[in-house]
Design a protein around this ligand. Sequence first.
Ligand SMILES: [Mg+2]
Length: 292
Amino acid sequence: MSNKLASVNVRRSVRIMDKHITRKILKNLRAQIQSEKQSKQLKARIASTPTPAFCEIVTQVSHVNKEYFSQLLLSLKYIKTLRPVDNHQLATKSVHLRRRPLYENSKTIIFDLDETLVHCCENPQEAEHPITIILPSGEKLNVGINIRPYALECLITLSKNYEIMVFTASHKCYADAVLDFLDPHHELIHHRMYRENCVNIDGIYIKDLRVITNRELESIVLIDNAAYCFAYQLENGIPIVSWYNDKNDTELLDLAHYLNSLSCVKDVRVSNRDTFRLGLLSENTEALLSQV
Ligand SMILES: [Mg+2]
């Protein structure tokens, strides 16, 4: 294999998967929806579904834009088609994560990485921060990352009161390079989880929080731009608009206020349910998609 071809393959192997997976899901679902829209069956279903006031929902999901909301609904629709995770796979992915001193009783905030905290550019010259990924083969790959506005401030503030983790569907070699840049002394992010910790359902990597064996679901939230990632614990999920390069983005700043409020609640899932209403959206995806 030529060096050039090897390099191309290597780049593919470390490329962030979120957007590709999302694109694949969206393409399939759009086709499905298009065909369903033409059927009398769906019309009957929409007619019989109690449709919440669309504007009411949109205004209550505070950080949302139309395109993202459409993607969110498609993800929620996709989630409903997923089969359960089998216990064997869950067991093979399980991890026991040691509590750090002073965080024994803290709630856990888990961030996705790509398009939630950072955006990676294959061309280092297109990004603010060049980083070098060392692949399992030993080969070095130079890429660049941009850090989402308020990401570091958010991590610094929240890590004082919460246990912070990053859970990414990306490869460990890539994620570690990014996280070593963001948090070189492992002070802000207490644990890292990677693709190897995701469950794989028909080729899609999903972050099933049950793999963390020594945390309670009532005390964990997962912030992810891809809503299908929290498919198996919808009420633990906090959706966030995908970020690529908008320097005026304030999603994390806005979200920090909400996250700060979670320290005093008994069950984060109740707060999430009331705030983001993903369950309600999930029950009404077809009707809402027809209005987006
Ligand atoms: Mg992501």
